[in-house]
Write a protein that binds this ligand. Sequence first.
Ligand code: GLC
Length: 780
Amino acid sequence: MSNAVNQSSSISVQPEIVLANNAPIQRRVEGYRTEISSSLGSRIDHEHFPIVTRHLNNAILRVCIGTPSTKSFAIQYDNLNTPEVQQASMEWTWRPNAHWQVGYHRHGTGFSTSRGLYTDDSGAQHLYLNFENHWPVYGLGEKTGELNKKNRRWSFWNSDVFAPHTEATDELYQSIPFFITKTDQGWLGVFLDNPGRCTLDFSLNAELCISVNNGAIDLYLISGESLPDILKHYTDLTGKPFLPPKWALGYHQSRHSYQSSEEVIQVVEQFRQHGIGLDALYLDIMYMDEYRVFSFDPKQFQKAPAMVEKLRSLGVHTVPIVDPGVKVDDQYRVYQQGLAGDYFIKGQDQNPWQGIVWPGVSVWPDFFNQEVSHWWRDLHHFYIDMGIQGFWNDMNEPAVFNEQKTIDDNALHYIDGETIEHGQVHNAYGLLMSEATAQAVTEHANQRPFVLTRAGYAGIQRSAAVWTGDNRSSWEHLRMSIPMLLNLGLSGVAFAGADIGGFMDNAQPELFVRWMQLGTFYPFMRNHCSIGLQSQEPWSFGEPWTKIATRAIQRRYAILPYLYQLFRDANETGTPIMRAMMWHDPSEVITENMADQFMLGQAMLVAPIMEPGQLARAVWLPKGQWLNVHEDKLVMGSGYQLAHAGLEDIPMFLRAGSILPLAPPRLSSEAPMTVLRLLIIEGKESNRILFRDDDGISIAKQSHKYVRLSFGYQLSQDIVECHLSIDQSQFKAQWSVLEIGLPSAWKKRKMTMNGVDLLNDAIVDGLSIKITFATPAIWL
Ligand code: GLC
C-alpha cells in the first residue's frame, strides 16, 4: 500500500472500497484506542491525525482533525468570548472504533460519524457523518441551484466561470464551506475552515461526506436555538458584515467599458438630465494604460482627476476596477517595486510565477505576505489622493488565462516565514486582496471603504461586498440570482448583488425592466454589462422602459433609510438583509425551499415577476396580515394570493403594522436628506421602532456617533397615541422634518403625540412633524 499513513505510523489502515468503481479507493483510519469524551476541550496527539477539540464559547465547538497548513484566514478569535465557557451546549466523544459524536446537552445528539475517517492514495481525507435525508442545507456561499442545497456534492475552489452559469455549475468565484442545517433536534451550523480544495457531499443516502485535499478537517460546529442564532455565532467567528458608506447603497452603473473620461462624464450627465438617481459609476479595465493597474490611459483618461472631481460635484463616486495581475514590464513602477521587494508569488524555480491575463504576461502579488499587502494598500494612494474611495476587485480567484484557469497548485506563497503551496490556500487569495484594499481607504482616506469583490472565502463579509460574476441576460439568470443571494446572506455575506440586466448577451427590454425592479431590493444594486453589447443604462431602451427603470431606481432611493437600518443590523448581528421566506417562520414547511420570492428585512415581501409576458403572479404570504402595495389593500396570510402588478410595478407586500423609515426623492444619497419619512402600515394595535442615523461615512469604530429616534403608536377606538423621542446628543441629524404617513383608515381618529393633541406642524424636540395620509405606493 502506498498510503503514507500506513508507512510511518502505528495506526492500522484497512483497504476498503467505499465509493463507486471509478472513485478513489479510500482506507479507513483507525487507531484511537481510548474513548475520549469532553465537554471542554482536549487534544489527542497522533503523528498524522491529531485531534484537537476546543470550546470557543458556549455555542461553538472546534474539532480539528489533522494539522492545518497555515493560520486561519477566516476566524477572528479576538471577537470571541472564549475564556469563560460556563456550560457548553455541546460535547464530543471519540470512540475506539473511530466513531465520533457530537451532541447537544439540551437537544440530544447532533452529529455522529457514520463510517469514520478515511484517507485515499492522494492523501485526501474524508469524514463520513450521519446526515438524515430530510435535513435541509443552507449557506455554502455562492452556488447556483435551489435554495436548499441538499442532494448535491459541492466543491470549493475559487474559479472564473465565463461559461453560462447553470443549475449544474458547481465551483464559482467564492468559496464558503459553511452550511446550516435543521436536524430533528434543532439548528446546527458547520464551518469547514480549509482554504484549499474541499468538498461537502450531501448526495449520499443518510450521510454527509466532508473531504479535504490537504491540510486538516478543521470543523467549527455551531449550536443555536434558532437560525438567526447560528448566523450570529458564525459571524462572531468569521466577522460581521462591514458597515458600508451610505453611498454604496444607492444605484450604481457600470459597463465594460466606458472608454474615456468624456464618456464617463457624459453618462453621468445623462443620469442627471433624465432625473435618475446615481451614486457610483464604475471604470472597467479600459481606463488603464494597457491594463496596468494603478494607471490611467494617458490619452482617453488624461483628465481622470478632473473627471473624478466632476462626478463628485454631481453626487457620484468613481469606482475603478483593480485586478491583481501586474503587467510584466521593466518600465512599469508597480512591477519594478514588486520585483525589488520580492513581492510576487513564486514558481518552483523561485522566480515570480508568470501567467497571462488582461495585461498580457503578468505576475501576482503574494497577499499572504503581510508586507506585500501593506505595499498594495499603499499603492492605492494613487486613486485615493484623487478623491476615490471605492474599489472593484476582479479576477482575484486569481483568474489566469491558462488551462487550469488559475495559478499552478505548486506555486509558492510566503506566510509568516513559511513556504506554502498555492493549492493549499487558493481560496483565501481574493479575501486577502480585498482586505488590503479596504484598509487602503480606512487608513489613507479615514473613511468607510467600499470594496466590491468577485472572489472570496469565509469572512469576506468583513471587508467587501460581493457580486455574482459573469451572469447572462436571461430570465433563467434573473431567477437564479435569488437563491444565490439568499444563500450568500445565510453564509454571512449580507452585502451582495448580481449584475442587473445581465453581463453577457443582450437583454430584451422587458427582461431589463423586470430585473431593475428586482434589483431595487438586492442589497447591492449595480447594473453592469459586457463590451460590444447593447447598452444597459436605464434609458437605453427608450419609452416606456426608461420610465419603468427610473421608477425602480426612485424606489431604491425611497427605501434607503430602511435599507441602512438593515445594514446596521447586519453589522451588529450578522443577520441577512435579503432573507429567505423560511427565515422568519421556519415552521412553515412550504417555505423550506422557496426562492421565487423573499423578504427584505422584516417588513417587505418582494415577489418579482420572472417570466416574460406576465403581469401577475402567485405570492405566498406568511401568517398575519399584509398590505398589497400595488392595490393598497390588506390581505390575510398564510396562503397564496394572486398579485397583479402591471408592467410598471413589482408585486410587493408590507407587513401589517410596520413602521418604515423612508426618504423623499433624491438623485444621490449624498444629497442632503432634510426630511425623514415614517410610513405606518395599518393592521396592528401598536408598534414602535428605533431608528438610528449617522453621517454614513465615518468609520463606525472610531466615532460611533448617531442620532436615535424612537417612535411608537398605540391604537384605540377613536384615538391614536404616538410617542416620539430623539436623542441628538452624539450626532445632529440632517433631517429637521419628520413626515409621518398614516393609513387613511385612521383619518377619523384623534391623534396625540407624547400625550399632547397633535395638530399639523407640531414641533417635538426641535423636529417639525408633518402628518399625511399617504397610500404606501406614493412614498414607495
Ligand atoms: C470579468 C468581470 C467583469 C468585467 C470584465 C472586464 O469578466 O467579471 O465584470 O467587466 O472581467 O474587466
